[in-house]
Design a protein around this ligand. Structure first.
Ligand SMILES: *Cc1c(COP(=O)(O)O)cnc(C)c1O
Length: 417
């Protein structure tokens, strides 16, 4: 690998492991490798450290440590919450969620539909916001759970989870929030939010990939998703991922130390980046409401361009950004989030997300602002828009099927290749 400079502006996709987090983890990959379920001291010592990490994770979200269940990722946390609500309320076979959730929710709910459950995917307004009156009306006598994300990973738009939880409880329905994008960016207080379940993923706040947590409010009935041993107070079978749990705990501590100062700094960087793009590059627009929004995220539509082409040229100068959720990158399908906001497919496909983090500096913003305008100008000069100009070889996409003319263009290219 070349050692070129990386200008990482994709912190909603994942974040760098903080050196402090790695340092805390290392002893648990070397000397302290005991199984916490073992009865001897070599195992018990590890249990104590897991419980210390649980206390730190609890403090991050203002939960009692006993309400924290460690999972393998944000996806597992989301799946487990919805699964548990349905299993503990077998007579209730309806789920309410939104059209702009992470695929961890969308795909799980689509599977539930195939298994005979009813799911309402609430639409959003063109600025990405939710109509709470509509949400309230969607709750039925057989609704088991409402699962609504707190902050959107693509646009940064924030939903009023506190109000949503209040609506759910007035109707006797469980409330889950996917708060994966909130950690490190918003102050999380499960007590004032009033939710029954809340998901976090540690790789979004400077711990490694592959560890997350699910907050389960005290006295909430729970059915585990992974069935096995008695770990996590019978709420998740499987030997604990000790080093990663320790890493999550340390990362939670770092967030609490730095949240306020970092957010002010990152918001100023994001605003400078966004304002400069919108004012100096013609044919650009922000996607989603300006506020309430995460302080680090900016989703920008670039008229008559394909985001994939822009990202390819940014990559050539070491800039990492994204065209939406990591799970759809490489596909020519427009982002389901932007489509749900009723942006045109062309505008959705021309949208790029920049997301900043604690390791970004003003230099990163300067570097982007130096390279983006000429890239946009260059691409606009050679391409009057349309995916025909963008080579994403070997990918298939529903949007092609709906565009016979362009599909023809692709065939020609394939034959030529
Ligand atoms: C990243 C992300 C997830 C998935 O978390 P994983 O740990 O990667 O499974 C879920 N929801 C949102 C909003 C995310 O940004």
């Amino acid at each position: 690998m070349s050692q070129r400079k990386i200008c990482y502006l994709d912190n909603n996709a994942t974040t760098r492991v903080a050196p402090e987090v790695l340092e805390a983890m290392l002893p648990f990959l070397t000397e302290r490798w005991g199984n916490p379920s073992s009865a001897y001291a070599f195992g018990n010592e590890v249990t104590k450290q897991i419980e210390a990490a649980r206390a730190k994770a609890g403090a991050l979200i203002n939960a009692d440590p006993r309400e924290v269940v460690f999972t393998s990722c944000g996806t597992e946390s989301n799946n487990s919450a919805i699964h548990s609500a349905l299993m503990t309320n077998p007579a209730k076979r309806h789920v309410v969620t939104t059209a702009v959730e992470h695929s961890a929710n969308i795909k799980f709910c689509e599977l539930l539909q195939k298994r005979g459950y009813a799911v309402t995917f609430l639409p959003v307004e063109s600025d990405g916001s939710l109509d709470l009156h509509r949400l309230e009306k969607s709750i039925r006598p057989d609704t088991a759970i409402v699962s609504v994300m707190w902050a959107n990973n693509e646009t940064g738009v924030i939903f009023p989870v506190e109000e949503i939880a209040a609506i759910c409880h007035s109707k006797g329905v469980l409330c889950h929030t996917d708060a994966v994008q909130a950690a490190g960016k918003l102050k999380i207080d499960v007590r004032s939010l009033g939710v029954d379940f809340l998901s976090l993923s540690a790789h979004k706040f400077h711990a490694p990939k592959g560890i997350g947590l699910l907050y389960v409010k005290r006295r909430t009935r729970f059915q585990p998703y992974l069935i096995g041993g008695h770990q996590e107070r019978d709420r998740r079978g499987g030997t604990e991922n000790v080093p990663y749990i320790i890493g999550l705990g340390r990362a939670a501590e770092l967030v609490m130390e730095h949240l306020d100062g970092e957010n002010t700094r990152i918001r100023a960087l994001r605003d400078r980046l966004e304002n400069a793009i919108l004012t100096t590059i013609p044919g650009t627009n922000r996607n989603g409401a300006k506020e309430p929004r995460l302080p680090n995220t900016s989703s920008i539509a670039l008229d008559s361009l394909e985001a994939e082409a822009v990202l390819m040229l940014l990559d050539q100068v070491g800039i990492c950004a994204s065209s939406g959720s990591a799970c759809t990158t490489g596909s020519l399908d427009p982002s389901h989030v932007l489509v749900a906001m009723r942006l045109s497919p062309a505008r959705a496909r021309g949208s790029v997300r920049f997301s900043l983090g604690i390791y970004n500096t003003g230099e990163d913003v300067d570097y982007l602002l130096e390279h983006l305008p000429p890239i946009v100008a260059k691409l606009r000069a050679v391409s009057p828009a349309g995916p025909d100009e963008v080579k994403v070889a070997g990918r298939d996409s529903k949007s092609w099927a709906a565009r016979p003319a362009r599909r023809e263009g692709r065939k020609v290219r394939k034959q030529a290749a």
